[in-house]
Design a protein around this ligand. Structure first.
Ligand SMILES: Nc1nc2c(ncn2[C@@H]2O[C@H](COP(=O)(O)OP(=O)(O)OP(=O)(O)O)[C@@H](O)[C@H]2O)c(=O)[nH]1
Ligand SMILES: [Mg+2]
Length: 284
């Protein structure tokens, strides 16, 4: 495998240009980051592209992340003068909180309009982020209807779409965009582990190995409990034990590849526990 990780389908380049073109007419950018990997899930290119706009950072999938580490990330963003909140996008209370914060983005514009004797115009927010981070979900929850298509697969949304939420609020859904390349392979691995890079880009055995090393260091008890493990010595023995305990067999013995897939899927879906892959103290 080469040093840099590339997964930049054609629609992402187009999406980047379209974001640039729409920036002029939006009041703020809502940047979604995955609460389990706030550092790796920030697309540096997209961040710079949208830096002239007021920004609200939302750490999504907080229900899958380690709560104390998420709190640390919120403090980190605050200390860096960035407005950030965390959310489980399936929790209506969290959605209300996002709406309240996003509506504030229109305050300056509304002040100017009122001074000029104009009626306040709707707040226009552009939702940006990497694939699978929850952009379309957020829009549907705010709009309270299935306005944008959602699927648990990176790169699902392929084009921009305005969604009118109310007379006060309009949202722009955008396709998820990754950096055109990742020099830092750890970032690419993190993105694959949470499901934001296509599964076929990095080999499962490498991902499973990396994940086991990480879980052994930070979430040992959760790992042992989930798979009833008798020891944590070597990763290949752990995978064998998972295969044995789950009855993953093939002709001639244990099916290790199936054990890797099971481990990766269960991690991605939060079944092993609330695990954060990145900590603000060590990653930034
Ligand atoms: N557990 C959990 N799942 C979430 C949350 N937000 C979104 N999801 C799930 O994540 C998956 C992807 O959501 P989408 O809204 O399609 O993501 P997107 O950012 O629009 O993805 P692209 O269109 O590929 O860029 C779906 O299965 C959602 O149900 C959350 O806060 N918690
Ligand atoms: Mg989408």
């Amino acid at each position: 495998m080469g040093k840099e990780i590339h997964w930049f389908p054609g629609h992402m380049k187009k999406a980047q240009n379209q974001i640039d073109a729409k920036l002029k007419i939006v009041d703020c950018v809502i940047e979604l980051l995955d609460a389990r990997i706030p550092f790796s899930s920030r697309n540096e290119y997209l961040y710079k592209l949208t830096s002239s706009k007021e920004r609200l950072v939302v750490l999504t999938k907080a229900d899958l992340a380690d709560p104390s580490i998420t709190e640390e990330w919120i403090s980190y963003f605050k200390n860096n003068n960035s407005k950030a909140i965390f959310a489980d996008l399936n929790n209506p209370k969290d959605i209300k909180n996002i709406i309240l914060e996003a509506e504030k983005c229109g305050d300056k514009k509304h002040e100017k309009e009122i001074k000029r004797g104009l009626k306040p115009s709707p707040v226009r927010a552009m939702i940006v982020g990497i694939p699978n981070v929850g952009k379309s979900t957020l829009i549907n929850k705010i709009a309270n209807r299935k306005a944008a298509s959602v699927e648990n697969k990176p790169g699902h949304t392929k084009s921009q779409q305005w969604i009118k939420v109310s007379n006060k609020f309009e949202l722009l859904d955008t396709p998820g965009i990754l950096q055109s390349s990742y020099e830092d392979k750890n970032k690419a691995i993190n993105l694959a582990l949470v499901g934001s890079i296509n599964q076929n880009i990095l080999p499962n055995d490498e991902l499973a190995n990396h994940l086991l090393d990480f879980l052994k260091e930070f979430y040992k008890d959760e790992l042992i409990k989930r798979y009833s493990l008798s020891n944590l010595d070597q990763n290949h023995l752990i995978l064998e034990e998972i295969a044995r305990n789950r009855g993953l067999l093939q002709k001639g013995g244990l099916d290790i590849q199936k054990a890797e897939i099971l481990l990766l899927n269960e991690f991605k879906n939060g079944v092993i526990g609330k695990c954060s892959l990145e900590r603000s103290s060590t990653n930034l």
